[in-house]
Design a protein around this ligand. Structure first.
Ligand code: HEC
Length: 274
């Protein structure tokens, strides 16, 4: 008996040391371009599913069939989600292709049969995946609007999607949205995406008119920069700065403004873009 306890204790110590070694020597690759091993993936996705199931089981689902609610959800979805979750007629974006885990294509998946879980996920986000906690800036009724819309989404074609989003009058959150919202990377990303796929999503009409106009150009710059190789990425952070709002894509103006970084990159930008 004593011997068994001693053996178990020794095994425990060895396991802890090995675990510490794995961490210390950087054995685990946190790079998003290398998938998890099968056991790690299975562990993480089970933990995710159980966590969501337990936390969403008491959520009461309201009536999601109201047309006004669905329409409002369409506007919010189109403004904030398509960069990662796509839409009918939009097959992939830089974000959707580069994130790991990959954001599911919600134009096919919808609410995945569980509106309460979808609501919980949208409100609270999912750690270490890129899925934001939208409840930090959106009140519950607006989140339900997106759930209501997501229930319909798989049955919409590109034309119906665009018409519905356009008829929503853009997005309106309610709750804590402020300037932060306007300057979020996703918003730029989405604009960029949309700007690059004019016919697919008619974003210009859909997006609200005024407060984003300045960003349109920076979104372009952002997008183009994203297509460049890694060594360009530091400049990626630059465009949202002062000059970006209207001058970023104008090659002749920018090098003068930011000679250190932009001379070379903007040149490339433009070659790539058109
Ligand atoms: C920056 C990228 C990104 C944005 C923007 C984003 N999501 Fe996600 N979302 C993700 C990722 C990644 C996952 C998958 C997480 C995982 O694998 O656990 C996810 C998961 C989800 C899921 C769960 C899908 C399922 O059934 O497995 C829902 C629902 C969802 N997102 C809704 C939204 C909505 C609505 C918006 C816009 C308000 C949004 N997301 C914006 C990245 C994003």
């Amino acid at each position: 008996m004593k011997r068994t306890i001693k053996t178990l204790a020794a095994a425990g110590v060895v396991a802890v040391i090995m675990g510490a070694g794995v961490v210390h020597f950087g054995v685990f690759n946190v790079g998003a371009d290398e998938p998890h091993s099968d056991p790690v993936y299975a562990l993480l996705s089970t933990a995710r599913d159980r966590s969501i199931a337990v936390r969403s089981r008491d959520i009461k689902v309201p009536d999601l069939s109201e047309e006004a609610l669905i329409r409002e959800g369409a506007g919010n979805y189109n403004s904030m989600c398509i960069g990662c979750h796509l839409a009918p007629g939009l097959a992939g974006t830089e974000l959707s292709k580069s994130l790991y885990p990959a954001p599911p294509n919600l134009s096919k998946l919808g609410v995945d049969g569980n509106p309460a879980a979808a609501f919980w996920i949208i409100k609270h986000g999912i750690k270490s995946t890129g899925m934001p906690a939208w409840g930090k800036s959106m009140a519950d009724p607006y989140i339900w609007g997106m759930v209501a819309f997501l229930q319909q989404l798989p049955s919409l074609d590109a034309e119906q999607y665009t018409a519905l989003a356009a008829s929503s009058g853009g997005h309106q959150h309610g709750g804590g949205e402020t300037k932060m919202h306007n300057h979020e990377g996703q918003h730029d990303g989405e604009k960029g995406v949309v700007a690059g796929h004019h016919d697919a999503n008619a974003p210009e009409e859909v997006a609200e008119a005024d407060d984003h106009h300045g960003e349109k150009n920076s979104a372009h710059a952002h997008d183009q920069a994203a297509e460049l190789s890694e060594d360009e990425s530091p400049e990626h952070a630059q465009p949202p700065g002062g000059e970006a709002s209207n001058a970023a894509p104008a090659a002749p103006a920018t090098p003068a403004a930011q000679p250190k970084t932009h001379t070379h990159d903007d040149g490339k930008d433009h070659t790539h873009a058109k």
